[in-house]
Every structure is written in structure tokens, then in C-alpha cells.
Write a protein that binds this ligand. Structure first.
Ligand code: NAD
Length: 544
């Protein structure tokens, strides 16, 4: 019997045709259905493909005993009860990459509109004028384009900028040299370096703690007078008030925005009256082609999931046991944490682009080495990528797409049995980047005993990962621990565990400090200012 697929929400015909061409799929295409009607019909379907108009609620999923796959033509999965889908074993598939070109083209449209005053020209003509002197413009040619975030969209923009004869420079500490080379983009080592050289600055990063407010008054001030700024990524990366002010002062020649801290943008918002500002209502992905591309992309992935069991595009689902009944989820979480620690340590040493992730594990985990690699890749990528739901299923593919080599080393020594007699899983994650490498290792347990980090580089430690891990490199002299405790205490940071390790008396030492809550940059700087402390790395540890 063929699988039954329900397609709704006006999915582009090219995507639907791809499903309909399969003899083993029976496709019903319907307009967006009212909730009750969808609830009444969903029970017979194996897959549902839609856009954001249809809410895939917990109620709907529970009414769908046959449902195996939910496909979303687009990026956002806010309309899908993903956690319940995961619990029910329903694969959720989205299409995050189909709209990069649409955003890149909109960027150039906005830039040309700005430098040639196209909106004003159009408006004046409609008002009956023929005012050429007022519309004297300038050219993009020769203006240096500075891109923050050389991911999918940043890359599409770089490729097109060459055709405009714009020199391209980018700041993306998480992208490797190979990507810069392939896109013929010069790397700026710091954001300030980028700012000092860009005449057009555009941001294409996700909105993260690191990028929120990344372009504020100080950064805008570092741009040369007459520069242009664009944000078609996420509201809040460029500070809205600072931008309006820089435009008003005439420091910037213009700006373009497609995204806002709060959407829709309020009627009286200060941006609405700022001069030389092209405003768009979040239309970056709104092209027929982008909608077609995401439809084809998701329909292909839904087809492969149903007919071939191919779940690599699924954003949920992950293996939960080691094939012998042992729950590997604690080991996967530990792999992710070890990778997060390694990534942060390399970043402290100036190597932020990771080239290779290698996971070594004992015999007990040999059946799940791919999942361990995915978990380690997740630990490396999660803090820097924009994907709505980067997870264990798609992390390996994303890492590979970014030029990160993934490998596993078999046969790490099996650790001794833990307290309750059950075997533990031993793990090591080795990261390489910028000509440096670091290995972080640990022990997880299939039962309820919490995992431990047991090695950081050459140092043996013993610490339970929680909240935030603070790693200090210091000289092994008396008094350091007390001074660190005083700084943390004064900042109200509660120490849960403090493990001091050294290689030889009086030499280099390492402190691994597990703390509750978060550690701000001010605290890190205060620690760095202490005598004999050489480096301080703060790692917010993933815990779920
Ligand atoms: P992506 O994940 O492919 O790329 C993001 C890039 O940002 C990565 O290369 C990453 O290394 C880099 N990055 C992360 N943190 C950084 C930092 N602190 N400094 C410098 N670089 C950093 O994402 P994408 O698909 O290119 O999307 C980029 C942005 O565009 C996202 O915010 C996305 O939500 C947004 N977007 C907007 C629209 C729209 O309608 N306007 C449509 C699609 C995507």
C-alpha cells in the first residue's frame, strides 16, 4: 500500500510534483484547512507537508497515529510541536538553505536603491517632477564591502560583490581559511579591522549573545564617514537607536534594514523617520524562487525519509541506546560538552575556526560513533550557527559543509566500573584548528551517575560539568586559588567545584572551576588581571 502524504498551505507545484511522481506515494493536496477538519483527516496520513499557516500542534500529532514525517517548506519550525514529535518518533524536516540567494539579491537591490536614490526618483516622478540634479548618485564599484558572518548568505553576497567590482573583506572567526579562499574574500582578524576598512558593512550572523548589539554606537563610529550599513539578518545585531542617530548626524551615508528587534516595527518607531534609510518589512525570503526552492527541498527530503528511511535531514530524532540496551544519551551530552570546552579553549588561544573533530571512545560506544561525532560537532557549532534547530541529526552534515573534517579513533581504554558496578563510557574529543589542537576527555555512565570531565589537554582533572566551566591557566605558586575565590565571591559567582591540576611543582597549572549560573566578561577580565593568571576561558556548558 502506498504511503499517504497530505500537502497543504499552497506548497509550490514543483515540490508537489516530485512527490506525486513516486508510485509508492499517494498525495492529497488541499488548501490550508481549518483546525477541526485537519484533525478529522490527519489520522490516515504518513506524512504532512506544509508551511507556517498550518499549526502542527500536540493535539494534531496525537490524532495522527500513522504520521512518520512532518515537512516544513521554510526554516522556522515554531508552528510545529517538535518536542512532542521527537517523543512520538515523528521526523521533522525543514528547508533552511533555500532562501540565501533571495536575501543576497535583496541586499544588492537595497544598496543600489540607496546609492542611486531609486525610491526618491520613483516617488518624485509619480509626483510629477523631473528633478535630475537632486538625484545625483554614486557607484558601488570600488567600495570595500565588509561582511560580518561568511555563512550561506554572506557567501552568496561575497560571490555577487565581485561582479560589482567591490573588494570584499569579512569577519567570521568561526569560518576556516578554505572558505575565505574559495570565496576570494580577505579575512579581517577582528571586527575593528573590518570596520576600519569597510565602506559598506553588512551583517549575516545569527542573533546570539555574541552578536546581539554587536554593531553599536562605538562600532558605527569606527566606520569611515559616508559608509553604508545593512542588516538583513536578525533584528538587534545592529543597535537601532545608534543607527538612527548615526544617520541623523550624517556620519553614515545610508542604511538598509529588513529585520527589527520587534516585528512588526511600531508605527512611530525612531527608524521610520531616520534619513537615508531603506526600510523593508522582513521580505528577505519572499521570492517565488525561494518558496519554490524550499518546497522542492523539503518534498525531496520527505520523499527520501518515507521511501528510503533517510533521516539525515530530520531536525529531531537521535539514537538513544548503544544497541545493547544501554542509554547513550549521557555520553552524547558529554561529547557535546567536551567539544564545547575544547572549542572555547582553542578560541582563547586565538584559533576560532575548527578544522577537525576527532572522537575517541571505548568499545561500548562503537555502535554510536556517528552520533558521538554529531554530538561533538553540535558542541562546536551550536554557539555560532543560525540554524533554528541544529541537532544531532544534522550537525555532522553542517560541520562537513563548513569544511570541518570528522573522524573517530577506536579503542580508547575502557574505564573501570563505577560505584554501582555498571560500566562507564570513556570519551575523548580532540579538536584541531589554527595549527593547534586540544583534547578534552571524560567519563559518562549509562545510568544516573553524573558524567565527569577527566582530562583537559595535558592536565588530569575531575569535575562534574554543570552551568558554566571556568578554565584558568596559571603559574603554580601559592595564593592563586584564594585570589580567584575572592574575585568570584565578590562577583556573587558560586563555586560548585574547584579542581587544581599541575604538571610539575612551580610550573604551569590549570584550574577547572565549575560554577552555578553565568560568568560575565567583567569577571573574566578581573581574573585575567590577577598576578600569575595567564588565561581565563569561560565555557557555558550545554545541559539539554
Ligand atoms: P549561516 O548559519 O549559514 O551563517 C552564519 C554565519 O555567521 C556563520 O558562518 C558563522 O560562523 C557566523 N558567525 C556566527 N557568530 C559570529 C560572530 N560572533 N562573528 C562573526 N561571525 C559569526 O546563516 P545564514 O543562512 O547565512 O543566515 C544568516 C542570517 O540571516 C541569520 O540571522 C538568518 O536568520 C538570517 N536570515 C534572514 C532572512 C530574511 O528574511 N531577512 C532570511 C533568511 C535568513
Amino acid at each position: 500500500m502506498p504511503y499517504r502524504v497530505l500537502v497543504t498551505d499552497d506548497i509550490d507545484a514543483e515540490g508537489v510534483a516530485l512527490l506525486a511522481a513516486e508510485p509508492d506515494l499517494a498525495v492529497d493536496e488541499v488548501p490550508t484547512l481549518p483546525r477541526d477538519e485537519l484533525l478529522a483527516r490527519i489520522g490516515v496520513y504518513d506524512a504532512l507537508v506544509g508551511r507556517s499557516a498550518t499549526r502542527i500542534s500536540a493535539e494534531l500529532l496525537r490524532a495522527a497515529p500513522r504520521l512518520a514525517v512532518v515537512g516544513r517548506a521554510g526554516v522556522g519550525v515554531d508552528n510545529i510541536a517538535v518536542d512532542l514529535a521527537t517523543e512520538l518518533g515523528i521526523a521533522v524536516i525543514n528547508a533552511p538553505a533555500g532562501n540565501s540567494v533571495a536575501v543576497a539579491e535583496l541586499f544588492f537591490g537595497a544598496m543600489l536603491g540607496l546609492v542611486r536614490h531609486i525610491p526618491q526618483a520613483d516617488q518624485s516622478m509619480h509626483e510629477g517632477a523631473w528633478d535630475r540634479p537632486a538625484l545625483m548618485g554614486s557607484e558601488l564599484r570600488g567600495r570595500t564591502l565588509g561582511i560580518v558572518g561568511l555563512g550561506r548568505i554572506g557567501g552568496e553576497i561575497a560571490a555577487r560583490a565581485h561582479a560589482f567590482a567591490m573588494p570584499v573583506i569579512a569577519y567570521d572567526p568561526y569560518a576556516g581559511d578554505a572558505r575565505f579562499h574559495a570565496l576570494r574574500v580577505r579575512r579581517a582578524a577582528t571586527l575593528d579591522e573590518l570596520l576600519s576598512q569597510s565602506m559598506v558593512l553588512t551583517v549575516h550572523t545569527p542573533l546570539t549573545d555574541e552578536t546581539r548589539g554587536m554593531i553599536g554606537a562605538r562600532e558605527l563610529g569606527r566606520l569611515a564617514p559616508g559608509a553604508i550599513v545593512a542588516n538583513l539578518a536578525r533584528g538587534g545585531i545592529v543597535d537601532e537607536r545608534a543607527l538612527a542617530e548615526a544617520l541623523r548626524r550624517g556620519h553614515l551615508a545610508g542604511a538598509a534594514l529588513d529585520v527589527y528587534t520587534t516585528e512588526p516595527l511600531s508605527v512611530g518607531h525612531v527608524l521610520r523617520s531616520a534619513p537615508h534609510l531603506v526600510l523593508m518589512p522582513h521580505i528577505g525570503a519572499s521570492t517565488v524562487e525561494a518558496q519554490r526552492s524550499v518546497a522542492v527541498d523539503v518534498c525531496r527530503a520527505v520523499r527520501d525519509a518515507l521511501l528510503r528511511g533517510e533521516l539525515s535531514r530530520s531536525i529531531n530524532a537521535a539514537p538513544a541506546d548503544d544497541g545493547r540496551g544501554g542509554d547513550v544519551r549521557p555520553a552524547l551530552m558529554l561529547a557535546r560538552q567536551l567539544a564545547a570546552v575544547g572549542r572555547a579553549l582553542l578560541a582563547t588561544r586565538g584559533a576560532r575556526a575548527i578544522d577537525r573533530i576527532d572522537v575517541s571512545s571505548g568499545e561500548a560506544l562503537s555502535g554510536v560513533s556517528d552520533a558521538l561525532l554529531a554530538a561533538a560537532a553540535l558542541g562546536v557549532l551550536a554557539p555560532v550557527l543560525a540554524h533554528e534547530r541544529l541537532n544531532l541529526i544534522n550537525a555532522r552534515a553542517l560541520a562537513a559543509a563548513r569544511g570541518i573534517a570528522l573522524s573517530t579513533t577506536e579503542g580508547a581504554a575502557e574505564p573501570p566500573a563505577l560505584e554501582q558496578g555498571a560500566a562507564a563510557y570513556s570519551l575523548g574529543v580532540r579538536l584541531t584548528g589554527g595549527g593547534q589542537e586540544v583534547t578534552v576527555s571524560g567519563l559518562a555512565h549509562p545510568a544516573t551517575v553524573s558524567p565527569r570531565i577527566t582530562g583537559i589537554g595535558a592536565f588530569d582533572v575531575d569535575i562534574h560539568p554543570r552551568g558554566t566551566l571556568l578554565i584558568l591557566a596559571n603559574r603554580d605558586v601559592p595564593g592563586v586559588i584564594g585570589r580567584v575565590g575572592t574575585v568570584l565571591g565578590a562577583a556573587g559567582v558560586n563555586i560548585a567545584e574547584y579542581h587544581q591540576a599541575r604538571l610539575a611543582q612551580g610550573g604551569e597549572a590549570l584550574a577547572a572551576v565549575a560554577v552555578d549560573g553565568t560568568v560575565g566578561d567583567d569577571v573574566r577580565h578581573a581574573l585575567l588581571a590577577l598576578p600569575d593568571v595567564h588565561s581565563a576561558t569561560v565555557v557555558p556548558l550545554p545541559t539539554e
